[in-house]
Ligand binder design. Structure first.
Ligand code: PSU
Ligand code: MN
Length: 301
């Protein structure tokens, strides 16, 4: 049922590096047309590093690995695209829906295709107030069971970061900092929290991937790559925006999978678009680093 783009298929057959990309960030994470521009720019960045990008989405109930620019454009514009997490997949396939893949479902489809590494902006995590709401992203469970390395700029700062780290520890997910000991917090490089290990080069990241596979440990690896300082949000500005957005969400009774898209959108509005610019810059930065790690891994795997 997987529809694998010929370019992606060829690269995989020849043992060349491929990087998977998600589509929820396009359909639910950013406004049109910046979402499409960013998705295409992320692909270009990966290509500029000599790696084949594979943006993943579900079209008419078929998982597509390596969407065309036209398909990406549709994902950016079309109304009613479902945000698909693990539990949605069987229904979406059965009913032949269009759906965007989250970190969790992009990992599933990447792993079914044989793609080892996936680049995104920020993963989902344990939400603030999860002690009451039990709102914990399915992304974390997926990292526990699916063998794909995820490069991100940290869990989104709208989350409870200490609890997210605790959860990842319980689930046995290695959390690595790329050239940092501090867990990056998506819009800023700083959370005040420590990652398990600092990784100092692409080659070192690749070695960790190789060792994990060699011993047959199931599950992903989380590589957190800080947003470059010059593109980071001002800490006070972003903290205030997040607090306001969280209150708005409560006022508007936002629940379940609507929470993350609502918060991201509200924060863009509150910051006058600044958070969107940071979001774009951090993804491009992740794309460059992810592509190099994919290349390093291909050499030794
Ligand atoms: N990172 C971004 N923007 C996004 C997301 C991540 O910069 O829109 C998406 C990812 O697809 C992630 C999802 O898997 O948000 C998490 O949603 P939830 O908290 O409902 O699990
Ligand atoms: Mn949730």
């Amino acid at each position: 049922m997987l529809k694998i783009n010929p370019e992606v298929r060829k690269a995989l057959e020849e043992g060349k590096p491929v990087v998977a990309l998600e589509s929820t960030i396009i359909s639910h994470g950013m406004p049109y047309p910046k979402n499409v521009e960013t998705a295409l720019l992320v692909e270009k960045t990966i290509r500029d590093h000599g790696v084949v990008p594979a943006t993943i989405g579900i079209i008419d109930g078929n998982p597509v690995v390596g969407m065309t620019p036209d398909e990406i454009e549709e994902f950016g514009k079309k109304e009613g695209i479902i945000k698909a997490s693990r539990r949605d997949l069987p229904v979406i396939y059965a009913k032949k829906y269009w759906a965007a893949t989250t970190v969790a479902t992009t990992m599933i489809i990447a792993s079914q295709t044989g793609i080892d590494l996936f680049v995104t902006g920020g993963i989902g995590g344990v939400h603030r107030g999860a002690q009451e709401t039990m709102d914990i992203s399915a992304d974390l469970q997926e990292l526990a069971k699916t063998n794909v390395t995820v490069v991100c700029a940290g869990p989104k700062a709208i989350l409870d970061l200490p609890l997210t780290l605790e959860y990842l520890e319980t689930q046995g997910v290695p959390v690595l900092g790329f050239k940092t000991k501090e867990l990056p917090a998506f819009y800023t490089p700083h959370s005040g929290l420590k990652v398990d290990y600092q990784i100092d080069s692409y080659e070192e990241a690749a070695l960790v991937m190789k060792e994990k596979r060699a011993i047959g440990l199931q599950g992903g690896i989380l590589i957190t790559n800080p947003i470059p300082e010059q593109y980071a949000m001002d800490q006070k500005v972003i903290d205030t925006a997040i607090k306001t957005a969280l209150m708005d969400a409560q006022r508007d009774g936002i629940k379940g999978k609507e929470v993350t898209p609502y918060l991201l959108k509200t924060i863009v509005e509150i910051t006058g678009g600044d958070s969107l610019e940071s979001n774009i810059k951090l993804i491009l930065n992740n794309a460059a680093v992810g592509a190099e790690i994919a290349k390093a891994y291909c050499k030794i795997k």
